[in-house]
Design a protein. Structure first.
Length: 354
């Protein structure tokens, strides 16, 4: 059977290496969507206040487990991989405590002001964060990088490329053994840098950046549910991301960056950045891989490359996708309001088998 004729695909159960779960009622509303498809997920720490200590990370994990149980899921079947939020004042001792806990797997760099809840982010990476970076390098814990500069003089569509020159290259020159994940890359520049750079580096790629270019934000008017940061880019960049994700390189793996926001906060005069994809993540990725005739390479991207980079075992369970229509709901419950998933109302050609 050719790939185009394939009607079913069973892969090793995947992981999501970049996920926002929020907290409270929002957490309870969305955690089940991820747990239905993924065995593990790297949990972003940009809460209010941010998760900056090991103690806070472990408390957050307990809330995630409780929320999943309340939502009818099985906490034993889904493992939240916790992270810390890097600040200008993160001490090396906190990195060491996090690593020793066995439940904190990475530290996240948000340049101050780069995205949602990033106001406490880093202002001087090599100047103020050197002790924390040295501790990360020593213990082998990855640094997860939101790769955009926040200089207001830099065009929003150029911020990733400029970040490579201004931040990524000096960072990796100073700490060559530091494991770095360039998260949610959105450009040909980012894909080529990760492909060619020396040392321990990888990148996550979201489904929206594989399936859509920046035209999607403006078709028929401004469509806020396609707005995320980093923002969707030109078609040439989308094509480069698809090639990176489907090309088989172990440096690229799945990270949805699923980011739930209440409908009213998206459809707003100053709408929040983020696309909600946890509901239909694997359907979206399967569609992207299938469009270029490479669905047979989905398992490596979704199930193998991430755990291999993090030094974790691959999962033993499986997930089955079938070639069958999946209608994306117009909206989902979200506490006392609603949440609009990416591409709401559209139909995808693959669905996860229940």
């Amino acid at each position: 059977m050719s790939i185009q004729q394939m009607t079913q695909l069973t892969i090793t159960r995947p992981d999501d290496w970049h996920l926002h779960l929020r907290d409270g009622a929002a957490l309870e509303a969305v955690v089940g969507d991820t747990a239905r498809q993924f065995s593990r997920a790297i949990i972003m720490p940009n809460l209010k206040p941010p998760v900056t200590t090991t103690e806070q990370a472990l408390a957050y994990r307990a809330r995630i487990d409780a929320a999943l149980l309340k939502a009818g899921g099985d906490p034993k079947a889904f493992t939240p991989l916790m992270t810390l939020y890097l600040t200008d004042n993160t001490p090396a001792a906190e990195i060491e405590r996090a690593h020793a806990s066995g439940q904190v797997y990475a530290v996240k760099l948000y340049p101050a002001g780069a995205t949602t809840n990033s106001d406490a982010g880093v202002t001087d990476l090599l100047g103020k964060c050197a002790p924390a970076l040295a501790a990360l390098e020593k213990c082998g814990m990855p640094l997860l990088v939101h790769g955009e500069v926040t200089d207001p003089g830099i065009d929003v569509f150029d911020r990733e490329a400029v970040f490579i020159d201004r931040v990524m290259i000096p960072l990796r020159r100073a700490f060559p053994a530091l494991k770095v994940v360039f998260e949610h890359i959105t450009t040909k520049d980012g894909a080529e840098y990760v492909r060619d750079a020396e040392g321990p580096i990888a990148a996550t790629i979201t489904p929206q950046h594989m399936l859509y270019n920046r035209n999607a934000i403006f078709q028929g008017g401004v469509r806020p549910h396609w707005y995320c940061l980093p923002i969707l880019k030109r078609e040439t960049h989308r094509v480069a991301l698809v090639e990176a994700a489907t090309g088989g390189s172990p440096r690229f793996f799945l990270g949805t960056d699923s980011a739930p926001h209440a409908r009213g906060l998206k459809e707003h005069a100053c709408g929040c950045a983020g696309c909600y994809t946890a509901l239909h993540a694997m359907e979206l990725y399967a569609t992207a891989f299938d469009q270029v005739g490479r669905i047979d390479r989905l398992e490596g991207f979704a199930s193998f490359h991430g755990p291999d980079f993090y030094g974790l075992p691959r999962n033993t369970g499986t997930l089955t996708l079938v070639r069958d229509s999946f209608a994306i709901p117009e909206a989902l419950p979200f506490g006392d309001t609603s949440l609009v998933p990416l591409a709401a109302g559209e139909t995808l050609p693959w669905r996860v088998a229940v």
